[in-house]
Ligand binder design. Structure first.
Ligand SMILES: NC(=O)c1ccc[n+]([C@@H]2O[C@H](COP(=O)([O-])OP(=O)(O)OC[C@H]3O[C@@H](n4cnc5c(N)ncnc54)[C@H](O)[C@@H]3O)[C@@H](O)[C@H]2O)c1
Ligand SMILES: [Zn+2]
Length: 352
């Protein structure tokens, strides 16, 4: 088992290993320093697989446990689920010295985290991520949110978890395409600033999963520690995401987030190659590793429609947009460009 400590406005530990669910009770007690009332939030795919193990472990550690199960999928990251969960907590009731436990992927984690941020003006919460994306990305960093009708993640808060328990065995029940989605974020960390990590990934992500998750988390934590509230360098984590979000929008969310990020990384890297900023060999390596992880690398949309979708994105500030541009694998940099230049950037990235 690996234990990492993240230094944020409040320090917390991330444990990564096998069979952690069955021991969750003692880790939670160790973290909270007492027994209390807990509400475990999960979704209807994850709950039948893992909820009982977690509840049993928490109860045998002396905690009183409620559970709240939402339908799986992004539609549950809604204000309706948020209010239903808040009302559920208030009826039990949970107090300020109690805590929430998020058992699931990023949807469960984001909803539970935001609920913990605002219930009684904030109570502790624990993340038990069960997707690769949640393990390497959404469970670390303290961003929590629900979606509004106008767009994703529009209502949220910064609220750090008290503990992240990442049981790698849970990843074995993921659908292959959900695992692949997480791989896009894993590969992203290598391209941003870690060439040796990228080399490790070439020998297989699942085969090295504990180390892979630990290195991703350490990487994200380092960026978050430097910029907890997303004002500057944290934007590096958006590699492949400006164009990726546009691809998701153009596909009416038919193309998954991970697939869109994979295509987005290829587009921005190919554009960098075309401008003489990045060696062509690095683009070839990126495409090869994405394909090995069963991710798509070619985008079905044109530059104009992508640029239009990207300009409407909330990351646009004034008349400019910040792109994360690889100058090579492990050396990505922020570049602010006029929004009017985006279409020509994307065009360079689409044509090989
Ligand atoms: N907070 C952040 O910093 C941050 C970062 C990245 C993404 N996100 C958010 O994360 C969400 C996506 O997360 P996700 O990709 O984990 O999606 P998800 O939570 O929808 O999970 C994907 C699917 O896998 C199922 N599942 C989860 N764990 C499983 C398991 N162990 N076995 C079998 N099935 C399992 C789920 O029921 C779901 O159907 C998005 O809402 C996104 O906005 C947040
Ligand atoms: Zn992402």
């Amino acid at each position: 088992m690996k234990r990492l400590t993240v230094h944020a406005s409040r320090d917390y530990d991330i444990l990564i290993g096998e069979d952690l669910l069955a021991a969750s009770g003692s880790y939670v007690t160790e973290t909270l320093g007492k027994v209390c009332t807990l509400c475990v939030v999960s979704d209807d795919n994850v709950a039948p697989l893992y909820l009982e193990t977690v509840v049993r472990s928490l109860e045998s550690a002396g905690h009183r446990v409620h559970s709240f199960v939402i339908p799986h999928g992004e539609e549950s990251k809604s204000t309706e689920s948020l209010v239903a969960l808040l009302e559920f907590l208030a009826e039990r009731p949970l107090t300020r010295s109690d805590a929430l436990v998020a058992l699931g992927g990023g949807v469960v984690g984001d909803l539970t985290g935001f609920c913990a941020a605002i219930y009684l003006r904030g109570i502790p919460f624990i993340q038990i991520p069960t997707t690769l994306l949640a393990a390497v990305d959404s469970s670390v960093g303290g961003k929590t949110a629900v979606d509004l009708r106008a767009g994703k993640n529009l209502a949220g808060a910064f609220h750090q978890p008290s503990l992240v328990l990442c049981d790698c065995n849970t990843l074995d029940t993921l659908k292959p395409e959900v695992f692949a989605d997480g791989c896009a974020e894993v590969i992203k960390y290598g391209v941003i600033n870690d060439r040796p990590f990228f080399e490790l990934l070439k020998s297989g992500i699942r085969d090295n999963i504990e180390e892979v998750i630990a290195l991703c988390v350490r990487n994200k934590a380092a960026v978050v520690e430097e910029d907890e509230f997303d004002r500057g360098s944290r934007q590096l984590l958006n590699l492949g995401h400006t164009v990726g979000h546009a691809i998701e929008l153009c596909s009416h969310l038919e193309i998954s987030h991970g697939s869109a990020v994979a295509m987005g990384m290829v587009i921005v890297t190919r554009a960098a190659v075309a401008m003489g900023l990045c060696p062509e060999e690095d683009l070839r390596e990126l495409i090869a590793i994405l394909r090995k992880a069963n991710l798509p690398t070619e985008c079905p949309f044109g530059a104009e429609e992508l640029a239009e979708a990207a300009s409407a994105d909330k990351k646009r500030t004034g008349g400019s947009i910040t792109l994360v541009v690889p100058h090579g694998i492990g050396d990505s940099r922020l570049v602010k460009i006029p929004v009017t230049d985006l279409a020509s950037w994307i065009q360079k990235g689409l044509t090989s």
